[in-house]
Design a protein around this ligand. Structure first.
Ligand code: PMT
Length: 405
């Protein structure tokens, strides 16, 4: 089974002899289902060519902070947001020192400063450099800031000495990287998630729908799985592959989504409504394609709509009510309207996002949300839907555990 499916890994390579091993690391990450982009320091390019890494990663290699061409293609802030994980392998003593100081004097250190995702380093250097108090103190600073350190391991070094300082075995780095994405926050907990749009048929060829791509709901399903949950994903039509290990229940319309959810709800611990459910559907679905009526005097036609069931409200008010989390898609008065939905629909938590902003919300790869419950408000800055889902699942599991005590 692939352990890094759909993860976006930004591999930073710094200037040490072990830099050549980074080529193999790109491949191993890809074997595990990850998409990899590479950032190289100037020193790294003395040891291995950007062309090699470009060919292996299928992406241009990022080299400069102040290059107008690359910044206009994918700027450094965008690149930092793109990543689910930044891993620097090999990380030299100099890079570790610069990172420990919080410097942003090249592209890689700047990306590490700008990133909201997990960061890991795999140091590789001469054993005496590794043992030096300065290096050890710098590493401690990084650990204190939640940056993971993989290795180094002991063995014969390129300089001919033996000791601790070799880059950790490539397969071990991949295993450690994958383990960063799993937690035991929701082990064995049954999570039911709705995702994507619904389609409300008008006639055999037309329907009413919306712009939901399913990305946010699928990313939450993935994050819940990585937290150890047993996940059922009820989804409207999307172009996405469901996460491995999630049970997918495909539906088309809001009433089908309602039926699928209500069939599961009694056996659910946490319900998360991410789907953009159509509030109304045509009162009557025509069995034949509706023809244009050239005789209509005012050149208009009227569709009678009836209200769809409110799925999340039904869940939140069901007899064996699960911990219930809603999403609020708003274009204005974000917090005010979200709080109203939290109360009116009897939810435990609501995640508000501004769908008027095309950089987030519908169909984009990023999101920025405000999570609300009781009297609390937690802002999550803009980041990839994958990363924001990890944060949302952490918040949900905290609230869920408190509620279950
Ligand atoms: O799919 P993406 O392209 O990644 O976009 C993600 C998203 C913008 C769709 C997602 O982040 C989001 O905001 N989902 C909620 C969309 C929505 O319908 O919001 P709402 O404010 O209209 O509804 C509030 C809550 O009630 C939601 O949890 C919704 O699922 C639920 N609802 C609404 C109507 C209805 N009939 N039944 C429901 O369960």
């Amino acid at each position: 089974m692939q352990t890094l499916t759909n993860k976006r890994i930004l591999l930073g390579i710094t200037g040490g002899i072990a830099a050549y091993k980074a080529a193999e690391l790109v491949r191993r990450f890809q074997d595990q289902g990850a998409e990899v982009q590479v950032v190289m320091t100037k020193g790294a390019t003395e040891f291995i060519t950007p062309l090699t890494l470009q060919a292996l990663s299928n992406h241009p290699v990022h080299l400069d902070l102040l290059n107008t061409e690359t910044e206009s293609a994918m700027g450094h802030i965008e690149l930092a947001r793109w990543a689910d994980l930044i891993i620097v392998a090999p990380a030299t003593a100099d890079f570790i020192a610069r990172m420990a100081l919080g410097r942003g004097d090249d592209l890689l250190t700047t990306l590490c400063l700008a990133a909201e995702c997990r960061i890991a380093i795999a140091p590789a250097m001469n054993q005496a450099m590794w043992a030096k108090q300065a290096t050890q103190e710098n590493c401690q600073h990084l650990l204190d800031r939640n940056i993971s350190i993989f290795g180094p391991e002991e063995g014969l070094q390129a300089c001919g000495e033996t000791g601790v300082g070799r880059l950790l075995d490539i397969d071990e780095i991949v295993i450690e990287a994958a383990s960063l994405f799993s937690s035991n926050l929701l082990t064995g907990v049954k999570v039911l998630i709705t995702a994507g749009p619904t389609r409300e048929a008008i006639d055999p060829v037309r329907y009413i729908s919306n712009h939901s791509s399913g990305k946010q709901g699928f990313a939450l399903a993935q994050a819940a799985l990585e937290a150890g949950a047993i996940v059922t994903l009820v989804s409207g039509p999307t172009n996405l592959d469901p996460p491995d290990r999630a049970t997918l229940v495909p539906i088309i319309s809001a009433t089908q989504m309602y039926d699928a959810v209500m069939a599961e709800v009694a056996d659910t611990d946490i319900f998360i409504g991410v789907a953009a459910v159509a509030d109304y559907r045509p009162a009557k679905v025509q069995t034949q394609k509706i023809k244009k009526n050239p005789a209509a005097s005012n050149k208009s036609m009227t569709l009678d709509l009836v209200e769809n069931p409110d799925i999340i409200a039904a869940v939140a008010n069901s007899e064996k009510r699960p911990f219930t989390v809603g999403f609020a898609a708003e274009t204005d008065h974000l917090i005010e309207y979200a709080r109203k939905k939290l109360e009116q629909k009897n939810l435990d938590v609501i995640v508000a996002n501004n769908v008027a902003d095309t950089a987030i919300g519908f169909n984009s790869d990023n999101n920025q949300t405000t999570v609300l419950w009781e009297n609390h408000v937690e802002e999550l800055p803009m980041m990839s839907k994958s990363n924001i889902s990890i944060r949302i699942i952490e918040l949900i599991s905290e609230r869920f555990n408190l509620a279950s005590q």
